[in-house]
Write a protein that binds this ligand. Structure first.
Ligand SMILES: [Mg+2]
Length: 145
């Protein structure tokens, strides 16, 4: 049986921080939560290596995208779904799970920039040593597979 991997979206597959900082700067400090603006989530760029990493991982693992919603932006549910179709294709939208409590999901690995103490599998915190980028994440997971 294939091992199951969950992959986060914001600051894992998509560059949330760059867009957020850009919009805050443009608003001259009046916009505190850019993610509350409609269109924010569809406008995010993929992080370097993220799309390629997803494709490599899905060859070996059972892969799902596991993302928490932004409660300030009810359209984020649709926007996240559109982002996945735009960058990973229509088939991949079947692998999208939007859930605030990631620890409810059963699986072997969670790749995420945040830690979820409730998750029972192994957590790979991307953006922090020893997993600074997707390259380190892939080097680690492809050996284990
Ligand atoms: Mg995140």
């Amino acid at each position: 049986m294939k091992k199951r991997v969950y992959i986060d979206m914001d600051n894992t597959l998509c560059d949330f921080t760059s867009k957020s900082e850009e919009m805050k700067a443009l608003s001259k400090g009046t916009l505190r939560y850019p993610q509350s603006k409609y269109g924010f989530f569809t406008s995010l760029e993929p992080l370097p290596g993220a799309i390629d990493a997803y494709r490599k991982l899905e060859e070996i693992f059972e892969v799902y995208i596991l993302t928490a919603p932004s409660y300030l932006n009810p359209l984020c549910y649709t926007e996240k779904r559109v982002w996945v179709e735009n960058h990973l294709g229509l088939e991949t939208t079947k692998h999208l799970i939007i859930c605030k409590r990631k620890g409810l999901l059963k699986g072997d690995y969670l790749i995420d920039d945040h830690l979820y103490p409730e998750f029972e599998g192994e957590q790979i915190q991307i953006g922090k040593a020893p997993f600074e980028t997707w390259k380190e994440v892939l080097d680690y997971l492809l050996v284990l597979a």
